[in-house]
Design a protein around this ligand. Structure first.
Ligand SMILES: Cc1ncc(COP(=O)(O)O)c(C=O)c1O
Length: 229
């Protein structure tokens, strides 16, 4: 008998194609899409960091698993952001956070909605979990098409709405007034949905929606190989 792996793996997982982004090279010297810095660390900073990291590593209890709740990291981030540590979840990159959110709302016929084009992992993650992904096209100016967004929220009644702020790949910030209208619509007026604001590219914009996301019906995140407020 031959074992057929394709009979075991869910069809929606088999239909996925891998996410890929072009690596930096001579034609792509400034790589902005992963929120990395194009500038390497200066020698003095690198040497100082190497000493600090070596010391910190020497103190790590390698015979134990690390703290799964990442308490110390969450406390440091919470102090930096002026929120409570309980409000913070530390994940291995935002893709893990996106998947956790989608897993939390997943169920038969459940929809996830986002304006498109946007970060493709919202859609890939949704398909992997058998969720319906509803993409609402941006206007030709890359703005949120509010009549279309409102209509889709009412029609599709998503449980999760993603907004990348700034958006990838268009690079712009959606109007805060439009974002606030979506937040209100998702509070029960058009649908009941968690609004997930992705501030992965906060460092390019220097602006945040955090103070406007206090309703409990929204969450946000940042990411990157480094952290600054
Ligand atoms: C808007 C947006 N969010 C999140 C990510 C992924 O972040 P991470 O590397 O932390 O998984 C990307 C990467 O391209 C992105 O463009």
């Amino acid at each position: 008998m031959t074992f057929d792996l394709t009979r075991v793996i869910r069809p929606e997982v088999r239909a996925l194609t891998a996410y890929s982004a072009p690596p930096p090279g001579p034609q792509r010297r400034v790589k902005l899409d992963a929120n990395e810095s194009p500038f390497a660390l200066g020698e003095a900073i690198r040497d100082g960091l190497a000493r600090e990291l070596a010391k910190a590593l020497a103190d790590v209890a390698l015979h134990r698993y690390p703290d799964p709740s990442a308490r110390a990291v969450r406390e440091a981030l919470a102090a930096d952001l002026g929120v409570a540590p309980e409000e913070i979840l530390a994940t291995n990159g935002s893709d893990e956070g996106i998947q956790l959110l989608e897993m939390a709302v997943a169920g038969p016929e459940v929809a996830v909605l986002a304006p498109v084009p946007t970060f493709v992992m919202y859609e890939i993650g949704a398909h992997a979990l058998g969720l319906r992904f509803v993409g609402v096209p941006l206007t030709s100016e890359f703005a949120l098409d509010m009549p279309a967004m409102q209509a889709a929220l009412r029609r599709e009644r998503p449980r999760l709405v993603f907004l990348a702020w700034p958006n990838n790949p268009t690079g712009n910030l959606f109007e805060t007034e439009a974002v606030e209208r979506i937040l209100r619509a998702c509070l029960g007026d058009a649908c009941e949905a968690l609004v997930a604001v992705d501030e992965a590219y906060f460092h390019y914009a220097g602006r945040t929606l955090i103070p406007r996301l206090a309703s409990g019906s929204a969450c946000w995140w940042r990411t990157g190989p480094w952290w600054t407020r």
